[in-house]
Structure formats: structure tokens, C-alpha cells
Write a protein that binds this ligand. Structure first.
Ligand code: AMP
Length: 401
């Protein structure tokens, strides 16, 4: 059984085709520059890669290009569209409407349009991906999996902001949390390594990539998370400031002669590691600059580690202690000195780890970093959001029966 996973952005669509018998990816790639000058598709299968420049005026045409490449290119991996049993779509914001993955219907699309108010950029792109895919594969079941869904279990005291209750009721202003698919995947993998039921462990899941969020999980559920109404809240990230006093928005708008939404854009796209270092939002480039003695690059890394440590500490308190702390995503999986700094700050709660092992982890493997006498286990686990979307798609489309 083959499942196609679609992750639609405003001018790009990433895709993966899974063979579910062994849960392996048999083809993957991305359409880039959709609706812009010179769009192209990158496509990898059987250890080879092709790049084709094709017309893609919108998401529908881009999805036609994906299907055509899967079927007709020199790297074709299917003989007929019928081989694709279902499509799973990643959707960033399910808002107040969806707390689990659902089969896509006209009603679901109409409902999701209501989330444009709270998540304009993501909603527009995600809906375009779903609408386009339903047009080109009208008879194939399609499922949507939400980044926010896993956090819908947060208690009111965690997800409410301290503002007028009516603004929550009227405008749905609350903490939603993101990376839910990744945190849910990490919960499952951690339970597997520990040989326990996911409901019986308490973990702090640290998804640290270009975007980062720290989540407290107990009883199989997210009970608090660092991201908020949008992915801007929480720890400092590649280009996002993370937590900041909101009066800074009005102050900077006044000083820079900008609107509030322009300042929010600046906090999302020009701040964080990029803004502090002035070098890059990419950790590899930041590391190079640190090696060359760049003090602001070093400060950016220090600030990132410090803020992650504070949030991990908060989540450990919320959980009243945890069984495991897990690092995942591009930086969490690969940046050993970030893990080292965060873990060093947690020795007061009995975290002990193998420094040598932490500093020499092979790429892409599940590893325990804590020593046997550590009060809390520490793992590095590669995330796999697409696989969880594929598994949800099989379940929601009832393809197992
Ligand atoms: P993600 O958003 O999960 O794709 O993570 C992207 C981030 O991971 C970028 O800042 C990358 O620089 C970082 N990253 C990826 N590979 C490495 C690596 N080997 N060492 C350090 N950072 C890495």
C-alpha cells in the first residue's frame, strides 16, 4: 500500500511517497517557486535525483507535476495512480476546530477557511495543497493531520492567556502549540525504547530545528508547550525572537516607523539567531563563525541554549519530574554542544550524561545519552513527522480493514 504525503507551503510543496508494508520512503522531493518565475521540481528515487523545470502557476498544476513525475519520469516509481491508496496532508493550524486527524471533505475545507483569520499564511497554503490534490486525484481518500492537534489536550490553565476572557471566546485567542506531529512521534519512540506504554511515561520533548518547541507530555498527552497562538512564542529560534515583552512591538513600530504587523514579521523572519549573530539562522554557518571567534555568533548560541534550558526547567516543574528528556529535529539531533550546555544545567535535578557519547553520536540513530545512574533518561531521537502522517492517513482512511 502506497501513501503520498503532501506538505504545502506558499510557493512550495514537499512530498514523500511511502510504501507502508515496510514504512519506507520510495520517492521524495519538492516543487519550488510555484506561481513565481521558473518553477521546478526536485525528485529523488532509487538513489538518484532529477530536477525538471515545468510550468506550475498554482498548487494544482504543481500536484499534476508531482503525479506525472511519479508515473512518467525516468525515475517513475508507480505504473498507475491507483497504486496510491490515500494522500495525507500536513496542516499547521487546526485552530479550535480539530483535535485529531480527519478525512478531507468539502465541509473540512470550508471549516479550515475559518482559521485564515488566526493563521493567514499557513492556512492559505495548506488549503491550496488540499484543494489542488483533490482536483487531480478526485477518487483518492485524503486525510489532514494538524500540527496543533496533539496540544488540544492542554488544560485551560496552560492554554489561556491572561487577557479578557471574551477575547478568547470571540476571537479564539489562546495558546495552540505546534510541532504536535513531531512531539507525538517522539512520545511513541521514547515509549518503545523504554519498553513502556506511552500513557505511563512523563517526558520533556525538545524539538529544536529552524523552529523550536519544548513540550511536557504526561499520560500520553501534551499538557503544556512553549509555542503559543503562533509559532513565534517560546524559545529563541533561527529567525524568531521567541518570548518577548509585547510592548517592544509598539515601541519598535514607533521608532522604526513601521506597523505592528511589520514588526511581527521582523520578529518572525529577521530576529533570533539570525538577528543576534548577524551571520545566519543556520547552525552550521553559526558554528563556522564561532570557530572563527565571532562573539555575536557565540552570544546567539548561548542565548538559544539558555532559553531552551529555562523552558525545559519549566516543563520539568509542570510535570513534577520526568522519566525522559528527548532531543530531536535538525539542531536537537545534530548540535552536540547545545545538548551538552542544556544537560549541564540540569545536573541539579540529577541528570547525568555520557559527555563522550553525546559528542560523537552517529547521524540519524536513536541513542541514549544519559548514564545508568541518571535520575532522568536522556535520548536523541530523529523525528519523522511524515511517517506519522502516513500512519494516521492509513488509520483515518480505514485502509487497514
Ligand atoms: P529542521 O528545521 O529540523 O530541518 O532543522 C534545521 C536546522 O538544523 C538548521 O539550523 C540546520 O543548520 C540545523 N542542522 C542540520 N544539520 C546539522 C548539523 N549536522 N549540525 C548542526 N546543525 C544542523
Amino acid at each position: 500500500m502506497k501513501i503520498l504525503i503532501i506538505n504545502a507551503g506558499s510557493s512550495s510543496i514537499k512530498f514523500q511517497l511511502f510504501e507502508m508494508e515496510n514504512e519506507k520512503v520510495i520517492a521524495k522531493g519538492a516543487c519550488q517557486m510555484i506561481g513565481l518565475a521558473d518553477p521546478f521540481i526536485e525528485f529523488k528515487a532509487n538513489g538518484r535525483e532529477i530536477i525538471k523545470h515545468l510550468p506550475m502557476k498554482d498548487h494544482t498544476q504543481a500536484l499534476e507535476a508531482v503525479l506525472d513525475t511519479l508515473l512518467n519520469s525516468e525515475l517513475a516509481v508507480i505504473k498507475s495512480f491507483d497504486e496510491i491508496s490515500a494522500v495525507g496532508h500536513r496542516c499547521v493550524q487546526g485552530g479550535w476546530l480539530y483535535s485529531e486527524s480527519v478525512l478531507i471533505t468539502d465541509e473540512v475545507i470550508e471549516n479550515l477557511k475559518k482559521t485564515k483569520d488566526i493563521s493567514p499564511l499557513h492556512a492559505e497554503a495548506n488549503i491550496a495543497g488540499m484543494v489542488g490534490c483533490r482536483k487531480v486525484m478526485p477518487n483518492t481518500p485524503q486525510v489532514v493531520v494538524f500540527d496543533t492537534a496533539f496540544h488540544s489536550t492542554m488544560p485551560e490553565k496552560a492554554f489561556m492567556y491572561g487577557i479578557k476572557y471574551e477575547d478568547y471566546e470571540n476571537f479564539h485567542v489562546r495558546k495552540y502549540g505546534f510541532h504536535g506531529t513531531s512531539h507525538r512521534y517522539i512520545l511513541g519512540e521514547t515509549a518503545k525504547i523504554m519498553g513502556k506504554d506511552p500513557k505511563d511515561i512523563k517526558i520533556v520533548s525538545c524539538h529544536i530545528g529552524n523552529g523550536s518547541s519544548i513540550t511536557a507530555i504526561s499520560g500520553g498527552k501534551s499538557i503544556d508547550t512553549s509555542m503559543g497562538f503562533t509559532p513565534l512564542e517560546g524559545v529563541m529560534m533561527g529567525t524568531r525572537s521567541g518570548d518577548i515583552d509585547p510592548t517592544v512591538v509598539a515601541f519598535l513600530a514607533d521608532k522604526k516607523n513601521k506597523t505592528a504587523s511589520q514588526i511581527i514579521d521582523y520578529l518572525n523572519k529577521e530576529s533570533g539567531v539570525m538577528g543576534i549573530s548577524g551571520v545566519s539562522s543556520d547552525m552550521r554557518e553559526l558554528n563556522d563563525a564561532i570557530q572563527k571567534g565571532n562573539e555575536r555568533a557565540k552570544l546567539a548560541l548561548d542565548m538559544m541554549c539558555y532559553r531552551i534550558t529555562k523552558h525545559v526547567g519549566a516543563m520539568l516543574t509542570v510535570l513534577n519530574g520526568a522519566d525522559a528528556i528527548v532531543f530531536t529535529a535538525g539542531i536537537g539531533e545534530n548540535q552536540e554542544d547545545l545538548r551538552e550546555k542544556v544537560l549541564d544545567s540540569l545536573s541539579f535535578v540529577g541528570v547525568k550524561f555520557d559527555r563522550e557519547k553525546n559528542n560523537h553520536l552517529p547521524r540519524g540513530t536513536v541513542e541514549e545519552i544519559s548514564t545508568p545512574d541518571s535520575k532522568i533518561k536522556v535520548y536523541r531521537i530523529p523525528t519523522n513527522e511524515e511517517l506519522l502522517i502516513a500512519r494516521d492517513t492509513v488509520e483515518v482512511a480505514k485502509l487497514n480493514n
